[in-house]
Design a protein around this ligand. Structure first.
Ligand code: XMP
Length: 514
């Protein structure tokens, strides 16, 4: 394990992902964790992340110098670099001059452990106020910039390394190479964290955990629950039963994908509950977004519980496990302790009912989203499922502004299918993180079609680009594609006479409209 010590900015997750891209397993720990506890995890290397503070600020996070004396290779980046410099007796000046953005790095020791094989001049991404002017004793300065005399230092004997910039961001052109040099050359690690190994390890762990009992898994049609279910299926076969609640709020073809393609690819036992009527009845007359979300979440859990009860009553070994597709970022974020405001009440499949006791099986707990997709591929799941863009649990129910009815759902499903088809045909699926298609059911506008006046509803296209859905920008997609989508929707979908583009970033807008 490589530990990434999180100094409180958003860099730690990115660093952990980059380490995994180098096929080395990494985990994030908060900088407040005592060093003894970090070392007890037996790390093969430690990376100190960047952070928002200045080392001289009052209350700035500190680190026990024991971390540098345990014989574990350490790589400090940005704030981690300065902390390392100050702790080991180097000089960091509070210059007040901020350096932010793309900077030219001049490598002064081209053959060093970190910089071997990289150009003598390279672009790096800086974001700091203080500057290191003298490296600690025993360290060799290996790079500088116009502003910072010591932009990188290395101590091969103690296996301690640091860079002032952010090698983990894309703008640092040789960042990944430098990181890999630290991992392979500095710390002597091997690239063994591969998809095949992950699958093997997880299958063994699931078998061990579940034994000869049975497990239940809720499928949502999304990537995470599908991959979790496929992994568990591979491990315990017919001891697993999957439940799919058809709430009628899915997009066109998605229920069929789960019922047919997923089952065909995995051989899983699937129980489909048709609850469309029930959801429509529960949503009748409701237009308030939060109320809709709560109703959908509540009905979902009730239907799921009922299905669980039926499975419990079937003959066979006891059902003691519930499979969930929890991912590593959720684990980090819920352990991080910093409370984020509840802007919308999100709901996920398989909310745990109070009165049935299950143990959780969470085979994706260690994985980032891209790793989950790779595992899905390795398990032979169809691309339509593995590469699927994010889709909210409450489905199209929160993409109809106004009351949800069967007619409106059918109409929105058609419009959404057209938009998705055209985006895929234009090769934009990668560039676009997701593109909600929203029906403004409570709005009407005047139009003209053929020779007649129309009085129909607008459809909103909301294409966004994002890294993690926390922030997003609207995608500047080609006008021709927008034109095609608009023409097709207004021609082919009854009652829609206008298509509009949402050009709002997040913040201030959220990705979904409700
Ligand atoms: P917002 O609208 O908050 O969405 O910017 C951020 C991301 O979360 C998705 N989303 C949900 N996902 N259950 C989910 O599993 C939900 O209730 C839910 N609401 C929003 C949204 O599609 C976007 O990717």
């Amino acid at each position: 394990t490589v530990l990434v010590v999180d100094f409180g900015a958003q860099y730690a997750q990115l660093i952990a992902r980059r380490v995994r891209e180098a096929r080395v397993y990494s985990e994030i720990v908060p900088s407040t964790m005592p060093v003894a506890e970090m070392l007890a995890k037996n790390p093969k290397a430690i990376i100190l992340s960047g952070g928002p503070s200045s080392v001289y600020e009052e209350g700035a996070p500190q680190l026990d110098r024991a971390i540098f004396e345990a014989g574990v290779p350490v790589f400090g980046m940005c704030y981690g670099f300065q902390l390392m410099a100050v702790t080991l007796g180097g000089t960091v000046d509070n210059t007040g001059a901020r350096e932010y953005g793309r900077t030219q790095l001049a490598v002064s020791k081209p053959g060093s452990t970190l910089f071997e094989g990289t150009p003598e001049n390279q672009s790096v991404w800086m974001s700091h106020g203080d500057a290191c002017s003298a490296a600690p004793e025993g360290f060799t300065v290996t790079a500088s910039t116009g502003v910072v005399p010591v932009a990188a230092f290395e101590n091969d004997e103690k296996k301690l390394y640091g860079v002032q910039y952010h090698p983990e961001v894309m703008h640092s052109t040789h960042g990944q190479q430098v990181l890999e040099h630290f991992l392979y050359r500095g710390a002597g690690l091997k690239p063994t964290w591969t998809t095949g190994n992950i699958v093997e390890e997880q299958i063994a762990a699931i078998r061990e955990q579940v034994g000869d009992k049975r497990a239940i898994c809720g499928l949502s049609g999304g990537v995470d629950s599908a991959v979790a279910a496929a992994l568990v299926q591979k491990a315990i076969g017919s001891q697993l039963t999957c439940v799919y609640v058809d709430h009628g709020l899915m997009r066109k073809g998605e229920t069929e994908q789960v019922e047919k393609d997923f089952v065909a690819a995995t051989g899983v036992q699937l129980k489909v509950v048709d609850a469309q009527e029930r959801f429509l009845n529960a949503l009748a007359g409701v237009s308030d977004p939060e109320t809709k979300r709560k109703i959908i979440g509540r009905e979902f859990i009730r239907v799921f519980e009922q299905a669980q009860l039926e499975i419990l009553q079937e003959d066979g070994p006891a059902v003691a496990f519930l499979v969930q597709g929890t991912l590593y970022p959720d684990v980090v974020e819920s352990g991080g302790g910093t409370g984020t405001a509840n802007i919308k009440s999100h709901h996920n499949v398989g909310g745990l009912p109070d009165d049935i006791e299950f143990e959780l099986v969470e085979p994706l707990r260690q994985l980032f989203k891209d790793e989950v997709r790779m595992v899905g591929q390795e398990l032979g799941l169809p691309d339509e499922i593995v590469q699927r863009q994010p889709f909210p649990g409450p489905g199209l129910g929160i993409r109809i502004v106004g009351e949800v009815t069967k007619e409106r759902l059918d109409l929105l499903r058609e419009a959404d299918a057209i938009a998705r088809h055209e985006l895929t045909a234009a090769g934009l699926d990668r560039e676009i993180w997701q593109c909600p298609v929203v029906l403004l059911a409570d709005v009407r506008s005047v139009g003209v079609q053929g020779d007649g006046r129309t009085y129909g509803h607008p459809i909103v296209l909301r294409p966004v680009s994002s890294e993690d859905a926390m922030t997003a920008d609207w995608t500047r997609m080609p006008y021709e594609v927008l034109a095609r989508i608009s023409t097709r929707i207004t021609n082919e979908v009854a009652d829609v006479n206008r298509v509009v583009l949402d050009c709002t970033s997040k913040p201030p807008g959220t990705i979904e409209w409700e």
